[in-house]
Design a protein around this ligand. Structure first.
Ligand code: ATP
Ligand code: MG
Length: 307
């Protein structure tokens, strides 16, 4: 099956297009959005010219899995998830194209913060730690090794840059400046850590270490806070296989780290107009499916089959 990299639904109005998802408004329901995940892949903030077949559906079904599970484990947690149903009014051919990759969500005001939680030291956190002994300005124990678990998970937010710009790491104490008020910032930090802890425990029982992840939160007009966007997918997180975990080295991962590593090897990091070669596409697709199976207990093919 070919990758689906552009999504147009003539019966619905496209509201916005992100690096991976397209957002459509529903004519009869101003409070709901249709969130459609394409097969596009972005790495180092650049979208590759080709996609990973089925990636959009894998991400949507993984997010839906968490949106159903997390509120059971975190009392009072609100999420933007409404349903996986394709809305009435979408024609049969379009409905077929977006089945499993679309999600109806509550339309909300997204907070201007990338709510990142890290359980293990890697990536930009490892770079900062090596240079300064800190992570997002937070003092860390001496002598940590690459890939080591933090004594407890840490909240390390970054700014949510406009398209074309890069997010900047910030100290958690400054997150409220992006959000607007301290009370909301504290709530977001508490929720992000609670969700990470619950998800990390769940995933670890299934052989996946969630090294770090990024959440987005949103609010309604009454000020209630919701978990929004995609959640705990291989795109928004670093997933490591638990059985291959080894301290002091880069871990093999279930996520797009595979593509990132290839880009670095080829010196194509952050370059525009790059196509991922077929073997890397296939390997990445296998990784996404493997993560799907481990997290949900079902093969992607079985979960995606019409019921
Ligand atoms: P951006 O478009 O901000 O650069 P991105 O490339 O990660 O981010 P996608 O993931 O492709 O974007 O698209 C999802 C977009 O939808 C994001 O901008 C996200 O903030 C926004 N979003 C998520 N949940 C909601 C919601 N409930 N209501 C409105 N917008 C939302
Ligand atoms: Mg996104």
């Amino acid at each position: 099956m070919a990758a689906l990299t552009t999504i147009d639904l003539p019966s619905l109005q496209k509201m916005a297009s992100g690096k991976v998802r397209d957002l459509f408004s529903l004519p009869d329901d101003p409070d709901t959005l249709l969130f459609v995940a394409s097969d596009r892949l972005s790495a180092f903030d650049v979208v590759m010219t080709n996609g990973i077949p089925n990636k959009g559906a894998i991400l949507t079904l993984i997010s839906a899995h968490w949106f159903r599970l997390l509120p059971e484990r975190i009392p009072g947690l609100r999420t933007h998830f409404i349903s996986l149903d394709v809305p009435a009014g979408v024609g049969p051919a379009e409905a077929c194209a977006i089945r499993n990759r679309s999600m109806q969500v509550r339309k909300l005001e997204v907070l201007k913060i990338e709510a990142i939680v890290r359980g293990y030291i890697t990536g930009s956190a490892w770079k900062e730690y090596q240079a300064k002994g800190t992570v997002h300005g937070l003092a860390m124990p001496e002598g940590m090794q690459l890939g080591q678990k933090f004594p407890e998970a840490i909240y390390t937010p970054s700014t949510k840059a406009d398209a074309g710009a890069h997010d900047e790491n910030i100290h958690p104490r400054d997150a409220w400046r992006e959000i607007g008020d301290k009370e909301t910032a504290d709530k977001v930090e508490g929720l992000a850590l609670a969700i990470y802890d619950a998800a990390a425990a769940y995933a670890e029982e299934r052989g996946i270490i969630i090294a770090d992840t990024k959440f987005e939160f949103a609010r309604d007009w009454e000020g209630n806070i919701y978990l929004a966007d995609e959640v705990l997918t291989p795109d928004s997180s670093r997933f490591w296989p638990k059985d291959g975990y080894e301290l002091g080295k880069e871990q093999d991962s279930f996520d797009k780290q595979y593509v990132r590593n290839w880009l670095i090897r080829e010196g194509l990091e952050a370059k525009e107009g790059v196509a991922i070669p077929e073997d890397i596409v296939q390997a990445t697709s296998d990784k996404y499916k493997d993560a799907f199976y481990k997290l949900t207990g079902k093969t992607f093919e079985a979960a995606a089959a019409p019921s």
